[in-house]
Ligand binder design. Sequence first.
Ligand code: SAM
Length: 211
Amino acid sequence: MRLRNVKGSRETIAANPLVIQDITEQKGHWHEVFGNDQPIYIEIGMGKGQFIIEMARRNPDKNYIGIEKYSSVLVRALEKCETDAPENLRFIRMDAEAILDVFAENEVSGIYLNFSDPWPKDRHAKRRLTYRDFWDRYRKILKPEGEVVFKTDNRPLFDFSLEEVEIAGWSLVNVTFDLHHSEYVEGNVMTEYEAKFSAKGNPIHRLVARA
Ligand code: SAM
């Protein structure tokens, strides 16, 4: 979903107070950024931000941080917040590989992975955000009762992720291969990709896992 050469996107991001710049300095102090003790939820690979912005609007008693690797994509989320930015929402531009440099142990209450890039070639499996090494990182930053919620329409990636959950020693709280026709659909907030692919008739798979 990389949008190439969105002119001035780096400068826009550097100047926007919703984007936290000195991210490693906030490690262990994210509550100070929000000025309260509300639980912190993150979405890794948020794309244009539809999901995390709506989650922040619906849940003012929680804090949200949207993480995106590319400036050209992150600016699209900022545009959505131009007139009415939720106070409980911030953004970070970074590669999730470095997540342990940014969040301290037990700092995060929940992690959302929505329609993560599938990296279909076997030799790229380690780049998938549900590869075992990522689960080890997620365990470190999550509170003991914290959960990872992963949605995708990509069945091979979902099957891979179910295997990786087990290899990493996590427990599945619930799993559905067709979220929109399941008991878990109530309260579901759609992502941009979810809206696009479910409109094409693709079933949406979702797992919830706990360390
Ligand atoms: N979550 C959104 C949705 O469901 O509509 C976007 C899905 S899009 C397929 C995946 C997004 O994850 C892209 O915007 C991509 O740039 C971002 N991404 C991929 N790998 C990442 C990483 N290692 N760290 C941060 N963001 C990443």
